[in-house]
Design a protein around this ligand. Structure first.
Ligand code: ADP
Ligand code: MG
Length: 564
């Protein structure tokens, strides 16, 4: 199928042809005709990099009434970055379409500019759920007449705690609209959501569902939690030519691991939500150009990155959802090449390995963390390979040859070789001298492992008060969503949450207290202005301070949400 055959407007065809799109991707081939011809809903299961933006963007631009400036389509996506990316893509697709206007709205930034833009009108609004909901409450954004709703990266939106926001937004949209739901994974919550909101949807999936590529080997290393970083280094040293994404759970972990790798001289950098757009772009360019060997990233950050030809996908921390693992590992083993998906797990995580094996029908192979000698040998051979492959510029080097020979004096060629190699190699020998065995026996008493692990997690919590509670429809997940939305720039540990009728308390990592108070005081819930303040002294009965490790509050899945 060609783009011409889809029946898209010539203005769109000329724009994408200038962008170098020659042929629709599989998801575009299915989605574009569907949106041009049918009016039932659509669920599409598709991985990163399959061209989803054009799959919904082109037909939306084709369909909207350009003579009207009222909002006709709403696109919801999980992060500011994806929001901007989609908006920029729509801008490029529509550059030859007169009168077309799309507006990006997202949290963590001044709302008044977005309000002005909305007041002057546009056919398509692209936004993050929290900000969109806020703008609806303020009566600035009217979604009551939209004809299309797109939920992009729906699974990630749920993971980030936006369920309440999505429910609230969808309640404001007309039942006549056409809804498109895109997701890389299909957890139960998405199935539930589509049952609730989608009518008679067509389902399509690009790439096999629930299964990774056959070209990928799945390896795991079993170590103590405290040895994870050392293990990562050994793996990196053992594969000197690796080109890998190192997946972490939280931004804090991402930053930590990347900073340590850089300090230890590895060609690595981090990609996470704390970076500015310019910084992220820069990191992505370096990684795409292979000037960067290891990219340490959260799942959300890595989603915006269309690099798939990795030699290794490294799970520094395993995700809770097996499908997220399959998605990660699918970034390697492409185009007929072999890929390796590596997981560094501690004893408590071995259950996850079994779970992933069940879902994916792939077997994991336990690998032993290489010891010093093994790594030194790999590095030595790597060094020799580099020496052999080095091009020699005879013209330049010849003039020095006599002087060089004089300096070597009586050394024979064997001795010269040894010394040359040792210049680089000594560093490794020295580093790995007496390197301990990091491998853990499969069946070690559980108690010891888990005790060791908690030590590293200590966070000092501050207790905060918020003047909203059940009466304002606040609940723990919504509160997390608000924090995500308003403080996108910081990764914060959340402790206990206690929702009362008209007010609530919650704990956050004290280091972020001031920032959080400041930004939350600008937020609102359904138009109700929020006040947040520090609690001094003891709180109400029943609310105990949790010290040190994180505590569960009711449904402990809330904690997992914030951790990503
Ligand atoms: P997804 O949202 O599925 O992760 P994107 O929509 O961001 O994927 O597209 C990934 C990349 O592929 C982008 O750089 C985009 O410009 C490019 N792309 C999309 N469709 C095509 C096409 N038909 N031909 C060539 N490149 C395409
Ligand atoms: Mg996308």
């Amino acid at each position: 199928m060609t783009f011409e055959e889809t029946g898209l407007k010539p203005e769109l065809l000329s724009a994408i042809s200038e962008m170098g799109f020659q042929q629709p991707t599989p998801i575009q081939e299915k989605t574009i005709p569907h949106l041009l011809q049918a009016d039932n809903d659509l669920i599409a299961l598709a991985q990163t990099g399959t061209g989803k933006t054009a799959a919904f963007g082109l037909p939306l631009l084709h369909n909207v009434d350009l003579k009207s400036k009222s909002v006709q389509a709403l696109v919801l996506c999980p992060t500011r970055e994806l929001c901007l990316q989609i908006s920029r893509d729509l801008e490029s697709f529509s550059k030859n379409l007169k009168g077309s206007k799309n507006i990006a709205v997202y949290g963590g930034t001044d709302i008044s500019k977005q309000i002005r833009e909305l007041r002057s009108g546009g056919q398509i609004v692209v936004g993050t759920p929290g900000r969109v909901n806020d703008l609806i409450r303020r009566n600035v954004l009217n979604v009551g007449d939209i004809r299309w709703l797109v939920l992009d990266e729906a699974d990630e939106m749920l993971t980030m705690g936006f369920k309440e926001e999505l429910d609230a937004i969808l309640a404001n949209t007309p039942s006549t609209k056409q809804t498109l739901l895109f997701s890389a994974t299909m957890p139960a919550e998405i199935a539930e959501m589509s049952k609730k909101y989608l009518h008679n949807p067509d389902e399509l999936s690009v790439g096999k569902r629930n299964q990774g590529s056959d070209n990928v080997e799945h390896h795991y290393y079993l170590v103590h939690a405290k040895d994870k970083y050392q293990t990562l280094k050994r793996i990196a040293d053992n594969y000197p030519d690796c080109y890998a994404i190192v997946f972490c759970r939280t931004r804090m972990e991402t930053r930590d691991v990347a900073e340590k790798l850089m300090a230890d001289g590895y060609n690595a950098d981090a990609l996470h939500g704390d970076l500015s757009q310019a910084q992220r772009d820069q990191v992505m360019v370096r990684f795409r150009n292979k000037n960067l060997q290891m990219l340490v990233a959260t799942d959300v950050a890595a989603r915006g990155l269309d690099v798939n030809e990795l030699t290794h996908a490294i799970n520094y921390s395993l995700p809770d959802d097996p499908e997220v693992y399959i998605h990660r590992s699918g970034r390697t083993g492409r185009a007929g090449k072999k890929g390796i998906s590596v997981s560094i797990v501690n004893l408590r995580e071995t259950g996850k390995i079994r779970q992933i094996e069940n879902v994916s029908q792939k077997r994991f192979e336990r690998k032993m963390v290489p010891g010093g000698e093994e790594i030194c040998e790999v590095q030595l051979m790597h060094l020799i390979d580099r020496v052999v492959q080095t091009e020699v510029d005879d013209k330049r080097i010849n003039p020095y040859m006599q002087a060089i020979k004089d300096k070597f004096g009586d050394l024979n060629s064997d001795e010269i070789l040894k010394r040359f190699v040792s210049v680089e190699f000594n560093r490794f020998i020295e580093y790995y001298r007496n390197a301990p065995d990091l491998n853990v026996k499969e069946k070690e008493p559980r108690g010891r492992a888990s005790r060791g692990e908690r030590g590293g997690d200590r966070v000092n919590f501050s207790r905060l008060f918020i003047n909203a509670g059940k009466k304002q429809n606040l609940n723990a997940s919504r509160l997390l969503g608000m924090i995500n939305e308003n403080l996108r720039k910081k990764n914060i540990e959340i402790g206990k949450i206690d929702i009362q009728r008209k007010f609530s308390f919650f704990e956050i990592d004290s280091r972020f207290e001031a920032d959080l108070i400041k930004s939350m005081n600008r937020a609102s819930i359904d138009g109700y202005s929020v006040k947040v303040d520090r609690v001094s002294g003891e709180g109400p009965a029943g609310f105990q301070r949790s010290r040190g490790r994180k505590k569960d509050f009711g449904n402990n899945s809330f904690h997992k949400k914030k951790q990503r």
